[in-house]
Design a protein around this ligand. Sequence first.
Ligand code: A2H
Length: 253
Amino acid sequence: EALGPQEYTGIRMEVVQWSEAARKAIESKVGGRKVFLVAATLRPETMYGQTNCFVGTAIKYGVFAINEQEAYVCTYRAARNMSYQGIMAVRGQLNQLAEVEGTALVGTKIKAPFSVYPEVHVLPMENVLATKGTGVVTSVPSDSPDDYTTYADLRKKAEFYKVDPSWVSLEPVPVLSTPTYGDMTAAALVKRFKIQSQKDIKQLAEAKEIAYKEGFYNGTMVIGEFKGQPVQEAKTKVRDSMIEKGLAFAYAE
Ligand code: A2H
């Protein structure tokens, strides 16, 4: 665990089409606002390879007004933090418009900023913590062992997880290359640690640690505006570029 505050990037993923259940819970309550799912990530440079987004199946989300035009979907806890970071109109004040279960959000179609896939679906993940980030996770199966494993679970057992096969049809995309693991770091680590499913929490934690260090210290971008540059340099450049374009914002906790 980090000692100081963790500097996340909040990725603004605009809702393109609600799932039926989310539409019922939300659409009439947002006063015509544009609604965004907001994911907290430590790896903004990987957003080129987003294939979907994850919400927790046991988590409740709120829809919070940012101003008269926009609203964010995230946990109450994250919205409270945001309200003290100048993200809401009035400091420390929340305007919650609606509430929705994670399971109801599954199937919603959202924009995926910077991804080679302009639109992706919201899918269920078992291990999303309500106590970290926004409770919304951008999924990059090329570089996150958690994302890779969960995505593979959903593909193998789409019916069991109640996801439409078309929602899990996008192939992982190479985003960065490392000397040891190539351009699909997560897949290589999942194989090395013999990870079978998202229930292998201990091995996943180890793989995640290695993927993060390997990518950050030894990775080179193979896609996007900063292709050919070390991840260490590209990371903040991608982040700044997303923020400048209004696709992301700084979020700390
Ligand atoms: B990362 P840390 Cl490609 N529950 O983003 C579980 N995991 C969460 C979460 C939550 N509530 N909120 C955020 N996360 C994930 C990209 C990524 C991430 C890659 C590789 C590694 C990686 C795409 N998913 O994280 O405990 C988010 O996934 C490994 C460090 O604060 C976020 O960054 O260190 C990361 O965990 C934050 O975890």
